[in-house]
Design a protein around this ligand. Sequence first.
Ligand code: S3P
Length: 444
Amino acid sequence: MGKKLFIENKYNSFKKTILVDGDKSISIRTLLLGSQAYGNTLIENILLSEDILSSINCLKKLGVKISLNNNKCSIHGKGLNGFKFKKNIILNAGNSGTFARLVLGLLVKSPYYIKLIGDRSLSKRDFARVILPLQKIGATFKVNNKKTLPLQIIGSTFVNPIRYFEKRGSAQCKSTIMLAALNSPGQTVIKAKKSRDHTENIFKHLGIPIIVKKSKYYDEIKIKGQKDIKSFKYEVPSDPSSCAFFVVLTLLSKNCNLKIQNVNVNNSRIGYIKILNKMGAKIKIKNVRTKYGEKQADLYVKSQPTLKKITCPPNLSSNLIDEFLIIFLAAAKASGVSSFSNLGELNKKESPRLKLGSKLLNQLGIKTKLTKDSIKIFGNPTIGLKKTINVKNYYKDHRIFMTSVIAAFTFGGKWKIDDIDSYKSSFPSFLNIVKKLGFKFKIV
Ligand code: S3P
């Protein structure tokens, strides 16, 4: 039997400043673009999580020289489509949906079939969303009917400049097409439902010809390909999605103050802060500066004993897609019934998160009303648990693990959580920060 995390909550109050690990989305994008640049790219404060290590191993298999020295990563790129690899290589993306999807965009000229595989959770996820546009661009795939991993991709010598309508609000789909467009001789045009815009920002920063026209719900992105990319230096800010766990821990604990330094506060990533503030939190974003076209700042959070219910605007879904689980936990402690809709995508993540999030709340004694794409949460601000909660069979979803740990410290009861390494795919310092804030747990 695998090890379990045991938590029996003792009340704890803290006043601390913390630094959270580097942003996962930006770490993956800088790696991919560094691999397409000419010369030595240096990425500082890169996230050293399992998803990133899988990404680095895949790029090495594609012939890119990469070295890691603590959180400094240097990449020796050989320019656009400069991969050098043998026939029959297999890329293992592990748990990383972002890397697995985005790297396909850079393989549209591959002269041989390349096999892409992933872990059990990634092998259940949908790849049709990137296969379809990449086929239009010129790639050919060998894949099962469900369009899941493992798959094989082979490219073509001509990369079609396409027009594509991305309707899901998926930054991964949008970015995959944008990366493929780098190799196209013409202009690729994407109309994309709003989602995180790190790929756009880094393209602009690197001088790649890109025009972005923003409107309320959709952006129009035009890219001209085949422009050389110069090597670059990038310092990755902290991941706002990882911060969200400690933001909610602080809000739901008593007499706590937390400062989180140097956080990526890109508008497309801080929907959860806006929602929590609407629920009555007073999270402050201070000392905002812009670096590499991305906003960074420090977050200030204080305990908030009385949170109010929220009706989450459906158009915000892709803006806080990775934070819903922890927001659900805040809603479970808020007064009144909170509603979240337009959440079909949430069941397509590392686990069926909408279903499992609801199940976790039910285990806590919180009533929910669940449909295939929405949830109502009947909050209970005075809940205090005495029972034992077992968290298992959750596809090792890192965000379910971390949400469970925060629930254990804020709802009481005795907790036994399986698959204790799951958090390492996105946030390897998570348990160290938990300890630093004075919380106790045992691994048995
Ligand atoms: C990501 C986009 C989101 C998000 C994922 C990271 C990215 O996925 O859930 O954790 O870095 O582009 P979708 O694009 O599938 O919504």
